[in-house]
Design a protein around this ligand. Structure first.
Ligand SMILES: [Zn+2]
Length: 224
């Protein structure tokens, strides 16, 4: 891994530049889409197809082709009666990113008098805009606690992104990288299993542990 990392450094710089250009292009695309599409293009559901999980959540270092965000959520609401909500969002062709969509459609408002403990398992960490959106929600709703568990880090070399992640930490958002056990948890709790069959055992991919350690170290560097 260490060797591969060194070799990939110059490429990494290029990639993030490319990603940035792509992002800008995407933004104007998104503006166009905003006018063309109905507001609810977000796919929501309880369990996501196994194929999507295997492709989108894989904690590879450079995630070509993985240009959408999958967000699995657990909302524990504590009040007179407690309840737990579970589901997932994906944001392909959507006018909003999954994180933004969560606050727009899944949890548009936190009622005072109730406590909300929210956990997200997301394929990659939020972009700058979404990180700011999350920070705002946490600052506004003191009764909302959010833990984000991410498969990969998105553009963490960028100073702007690092600032946004630090800000999330400062407003009390917990962020950590998915461990192999977390992938297994998502597999068991959020991935469709064949009807009438026993859930299939989770098969970890090659390098799952190494990639987790790699991202964990990067995140620790950013948040230190
Ligand atoms: Zn975003």
């Amino acid at each position: 891994m260490a060797e591969a990392q060194e070799q990939e450094q110059p490429q990494a710089a290029q990639n993030s530049e490319k990603a940035e250009n792509a992002e800008n292009a995407e933004e104007s695309e998104e503006k166009k889409k905003l006018e063309e599409l109905p507001p609810f293009e977000i796919v929501t559901g309880e369990r996501l197809p196994a194929f999507f999980f295997k492709f989108q959540f894989k904690n590879v270092e450079y995630s070509s082709g993985r240009n959408k965000t999958f967000l699995c959520y657990i909302i524990e609401i504590q009040g007179k009666e407690s309840k737990t909500l579970k589901g997932y969002l994906e944001d392909e062709h959507a006018a909003a990113h999954a994180e933004d969509a969560f606050f727009n459609t899944i949890l548009p408002k936190c009622e005072s008098g109730l406590r909300y403990n929210v956990t997200w398992y997301v394929s990659s960490s939020p972009c700058v805009n979404c990180a700011n959106r999350i920070a705002k929600a946490l600052q506004k709703n003191k009764n909302l606690k959010l833990s984000i568990v991410v498969g990969r880090l998105f553009m963490w070399e960028e100073p702007e992104m690092q600032t946004a992640l630090k800000k999330l930490k400062a407003v009390g958002c917990k962020i950590r990288i998915m461990k192999p056990q977390d992938f297994e948890y998502v597999w068991q709790n959020f991935v469709e299993q064949e009807e009438g069959e026993e859930p299939k055992a989770f098969t970890p991919w090659e390098d799952i542990q190494e990639n987790f350690l790699y991202y964990e170290e990067k995140l620790a560097e950013v948040l230190k």
